[in-house]
Design a protein around this ligand. Structure first.
Ligand code: ATP
Ligand code: MG
Length: 447
């Protein structure tokens, strides 16, 4: 049975029909049922106007969550369904096209305004599937295709360009030819969409099944969203460790990542600093000294422009900054643990592994072995509770106050100095040893 409609949802449909209106399940839930996925939510479209929806449920909680778009949320049992009146407008306002959302058209009219054929089907438990634009066939062919003229549809709402890429990535579908061509013609319209919406859509795209392939096919869109990456396209590395140009290397690395936004974004940007840092030695070999730092600066300006949230931005920048750092010795791992903390260091290892696997094949076995050892050593360090942060030091600020330090920057820099010495292996993390060093520190500072 393809459509296992929860009784609560069924109840809402019944209620609307008993009040004399048409009501259908619509959009993403139909798409998901047809491909055998359990829908996350069940959306209903109805001939009733929003006020009529509200009065159809006298005994149920109804919240006017999106009245402007004709949407109310109906609470039934433990479930909430979005019930939307048939409408002739979809998508986001872009500031140039003031929206007048009209309600009360027909089901056909409503479906015609939806973005893609696979999202434009409706279902009714008795009347069956309403598929006016070949959505079911496109699902079978695994295709994302605009409803109607794709140029017009992208001109109405450019966010649909990224939605097309997102659905293709999430479901591992292709984008149908005319729709793809229209993306190539219209991507610059994305400039009208707020960067927050663009980045959110891109985030969902990036954690899909095959973002790499789509980033390659739509490298024009990629370059528009990330001008920082454009110089990498086709940039030959002239280096025996690399058989691919920078962009192809990046895309290949991306294929070897788990669907984690931070890791994938870091991999996407990890080598963005390379073109700027390229030098060629006398033997004609290419080098990229300093590309990590340069890349992390580019990543920062790019993520700021896209108004990335601060937390994600900080993590992505750190991963780009340190993607090339060696992590072979205890000392190197402790330093990195101190900089990143354990969870982000684990992500750094994922970035490094993906990066490695996109190197020249001859480099891979040794690199894999090194990474495996780093991981083992890291696990050992963590089980042995080796000191890598101020918290782990055998003394704390209180102890320094008793030695005669006063509250302030000197105390802070003494603790930092102590941690540095311990991380470098010059001091044992033992109370007496650390206190002795602190006393000297205080004397040198003239305290
Ligand atoms: P998911 O919730 O898994 O992202 P969805 O298909 O439910 O997928 P929503 O953004 O929740 O996506 O939109 C619900 C439905 O509304 C879509 O299936 C589509 O029919 C329609 N829709 C949403 N956004 C647009 C848009 N920008 N242009 C046209 N139709 C849209
Ligand atoms: Mg949805």
């Amino acid at each position: 049975m393809l459509f296992q409609i929860p009784v609560e949802v069924q109840e809402i449909l019944n209620c609307l029909e008993q009040a004399g209106y048409e009501a259908y399940l619509v959009g993403g839930c139909i798409r998901d049922c047809l491909i055998g996925k359990v829908p996350q939510d069940w959306d209903i479209t109805t001939s009733a106007q929003p006020e009529q929806v509200i009065s159809s449920f006298p005994h149920t909680i109804v919240l006017p969550t999106g009245l402007r778009h004709g949407t109310v949320s109906v609470r039934q049992g433990g479930m909430t369904c979005e019930v939307t009146s048939y409408r002739t407008e979809f998508g986001v306002a872009d500031g140039r096209h003031p929206r007048v959302v009209q309600f009360g058209c027909s089901l056909e009219e409503d479906l015609k305004r939806r973005d893609f054929t696979v999202n434009a089907m409706a279902y009714h438990p008795q009347k069956g599937l309403i598929d006016l634009f070949g959505g079911q066939k496109d699902l079978e062919k695994r295709l994302i295709r605009c409803v109607g003229d794709p140029d017009l549809r992208f001109q109405e709402d450019a966010l649909r360009i990224l939605r097309a890429m997102r659905f293709a990535s999430v479901y591992g579908f292709s984008i149908q030819r005319e729709t793809a061509c229209a993306i190539h013609r219209n991507y610059a319209l994305l400039g009208r969409i707020s960067v927050e919406r663009v980045l959110e859509e891109f985030r969902r795209f990036l954690i899909g099944k095959n973002p790499s392939q789509l980033l390659r096919e739509f490298s024009d869109v990629t370059g528009f969203l990330f001008p920082e990456l454009e110089p990498s396209f086709g940039f030959e590395q002239k280096n025996p460790h690399h058989s691919l140009d920078i962009w192809e290397h990046t895309l290949k690395a991306l294929e070897d990542t788990p669907p984690d936004y931070i890791v994938r974004m870091a991999v996407l940007l990890h080598d963005s600093g390379k073109p700027n840092c390229f030098t060629e030695d006398q033997a004609g070999i290419g080098h990229f000294y300093g590309h990590n730092k340069c890349g992390s600066e580019l990543a920062e300006s790019c993520l700021k422009r896209l108004r990335c949230d601060k937390e994600s931005m900080a993590q992505i920048i750190l991963l780009v900054r340190w993607h090339d750092a060696p992590l072979e010795t205890q000392r190197q791992l402790l330093r990195m643990l101190n900089r990143l903390g354990e969870p982000l260091l684990r992500k750094l290892l994922l970035v490094k592994r993906a990066d490695l696997r996109a190197h020249a094949p001859a480099d891979i076995p040794l690199g894999e072995e090194r990474l495996r050892r780093s991981e083992q050593l890291l696990n050992l360090i963590l089980t042995q509770h080796v000191c890598f942060s101020l918290r782990d030091l055998a003394i704390n600020g209180e102890d320094l106050l008793q030695l005669g330090f006063s509250q302030g920057p000197l105390l802070g820099s003494c603790l930092k100095g102590l941690l540095g010495e311990v991380l470098e292996g010059r001091l044992e993390n033992q109370k007496e040893v650390l206190l002795a060093w602190a006393i000297q520190f205080l004397q040198k500072a003239g305290g």
